[in-house]
Design a binder for this molecule. Structure first.
Ligand SMILES: *Cc1c(COP(=O)(O)O)cnc(C)c1O
Length: 394
C-alpha cells in the first residue's frame, strides 16, 4: 500500500483512512442498534476499494456492499472477511465463486433467483439471498405482482434447500429531500413487502432500506441494517440541510496536483482551447496537470475552483484532457512544483467536493467517484502522519 507519492506524480488523491473509520463510528452512533453496511462500490466512490473496506471495518462496519459481484470477489481475494453483499447482476453470471466465498446476493427477478439456485445446487452451497422489492424508486427490485411471484419461488427453493432468504430490501428515490411524500409511501410499501415475505415463512435476518440520507435524517427507516455510501466518505447527502461538519463527518479525499509550468504572458492572451478566457493584464499562468481524462468535468471550464498557496482561483478557460490552466495573477510567486488543491476536507484550506458539485451542476458523489486511475491514491493514517512528523523533527 502506497503511503507516499511517487516522485514527480502530477496529481495525488490523499485518502484519510482514519476519517473513513471515524465517519463510520459517527454514523453508527446515530443508529446504535442497527447493523451497518459500508457501501464500497465503484472503487469505494473513487477512494480505493480495499483500503477503504478495511478502514470501514475498523470503524465498526459489519457489512460491506458492492454493486457488482466482481467488486465483492475482490474483497474476498484480499482476505476481507465478514458479511459482503452485492446486487447488480445480468443473466449468465457465474455465481459459483460468490457462493464459495459466502457473498450475499440481492435478487430482483425470477430469472436471477433461478440462476442463483441452480448454482447452489451444482456446488452444494446454500445461497443467502435478499429479495429486493421496488417500493417506488422505479429502478431495481421486483414490482408488485412480480414481487409476490418472486416470494413464492424463493419459498419453494428454500424448502428444497438451495437458497435461504435472509433479507428483504429496497432503495429510496427521494431520501435526500426529507419530507418528500414518496418517502413515507415507499416505507409503507416496504413494510407490506416484509409482511408478505414473513407470511411466506421466511425468517429474516435483516430488513434494509436506508441510504446515507435516510440514515442521517430518517431514523424510522433504519430497520435492521443501514446501507451507507456517501457519508462514509465524509460528504453530505443533504448539502441543502447541512455540510459534513454539521453531521460530524470529515471528508476523506484531498485532491492535490502540482504545477507543471508557470509563465508570464501579456494582456490579451487567449488561454486554452477556444480562447474562452483572455488575460486582462500582463500576468502569470499556471499549468495544472489534471484534466477530463482524470475525471475533472469539462463542465468545470471557467467555473471549477482551486487553491494555490491558500489563494482561491477559478480554472481559466477550457478543461483539457490532461490539464487545466489557472491565472495566478501578476504578483504571484507560485512556481512549478507548487501544490494546487482542487478539493479537500477543510473549506478554509481550499474548495470542497461539494463546491465542485455546485459549480459543475452535479452532486459530490460524481465528483469523487469519477476520479480516474492516473491520479495516484495515497493512503494516510494517524500512524503514517506520526511517522512523517517524526521524520520532520529528526
Ligand atoms: C449506492 C447505494 C447505496 C448507498 O447510497 P448513498 O446515498 O451513497 O448512501 C445504498 N444502497 C444501494 C442499493 C445503492 O446502490
Amino acid at each position: 500500500m502506497l503511503t507516499h507519492p511517487q516522485p514527480g506524480s502530477p496529481a495525488t488523491a490523499y485518502i484519510d483512512l482514519d476519517a473513513i473509520a471515524a465517519n463510520v463510528a459517527t454514523l453508527r452512533s446515530r443508529a446504535p442498534s442497527t447493523a451497518f453496511m459500508a457501501v464500497v462500490k465503484a472503487d469505494a466512490y473513487g477512494h480505493g476499494l480495499l483500503p477503504v473496506a478495511r478502514a470501514a471495518q475498523r470503524g465498526g462496519a459489519n457489512w460491506l456492499g458492492t454493486a457488482l459481484l466482481g467488486e465483492a470477489l475482490e474483497l474476498r481475494a484480499d482476505g476481507i472477511t465478514g458479511r459482503v453483499m452485492t446486487w447488480l447482476h445480468v443473466p449468465g453470471t457465474d455465481y459459483a465463486p460468490a457462493l464459495a466465498e459466502e457473498i450475499d446476493l440481492g435478487v430482483s427477478a425470477a430469472w436471477d433467483l433461478q440462476e442463483v439456485a441452480a448454482a447452489a445446487r451444482s456446488t452444494g452451497h446454500i445461497a443467502r439471498v435478499h429479495l429486493k422489492v421496488d417500493s417506488g424508486l422505479g429502478r431495481g427490485g421486483a414490482y408488485a405482482a412480480d414481487f409476490s411471484a418472486l416470494v413464492a419461488d424463493a419459498r419453494r427453493l428454500q424448502e428444497q434447500g438451495s437458497v435461504r432468504v435472509v433479507g428483504v430490501w429496497s432503495h429510496f428515490a427521494c431520501a435526500d429531500e426529507p419530507g418528500h411524500p414518496s418517502i413515507q409511501a415507499q416505507q409503507d410499501a416496504f413494510d407490506a413487502a416484509v409482511d408478505e415475505v414473513q407470511a411466506a415463512g421466511c425468517e429474516l435476518e435483516v430488513r434494509h432500506l436506508a441510504n446515507s440520507a435516510a440514515t442521517l435524517t430518517r431514523p424510522s427507516a433504519h430497520y435492521d441494517l443501514v446501507r451507507v455510501g456517501l457519508a462514509v466518505y465524509g460528504l453530505s447527502p443533504v448539502p441543502q440541510l447541512g455540510q459534513p461538519a454539521a453531521y460530524g463527518l470529515v471528508p476523506a479525499m484531498t485532491l492535490v496536483a502540482r504545477l507543471a509550468l508557470v509563465k508570464e504572458v501579456p494582456a490579451g492572451q487567449g488561454v486554452s482551447y477556444g480562447h474562452l478566457y483572455r488575460t486582462t493584464e500582463a500576468t502569470r499562468l499556471g499549468l495544472v496537470p489534471i484534466g477530463y481524462a482524470d475525471g475533472i468535468p469539462r463542465h468545470a471550464s471557467a467555473v471549477g475552483p482551486l487553491s494555490v498557496a491558500g489563494t482561491r482561483h477559478t480554472i481559466a478557460g477550457r478543461v483539457c484532457m490532461d490539464q487545466v490552466v489557472v491565472d495566478l495573477g501578476p504578483g504571484s510567486r507560485a512556481q512549478a512544483g507548487d501544490e494546487v488543491v482542487l478539493w479537500g476536507a477543510d473549506p478554509a484550506l481550499g474548495p470542497t467536493a461539494q463546491e465542485w458539485a455546485v459549480s459543475t451542476g452535479t452532486i459530490s458523489y460524481e465528483i469523487v467517484t469519477r476520479l480516474g486511475p492516473r491520479v495516484e491514491r495515497v493512503y494516510r493514517t494517524q500512524q503514517t502522519n506520526q511517522a512523517r512528523q517524526m521524520r520532520k523533527e529528526a
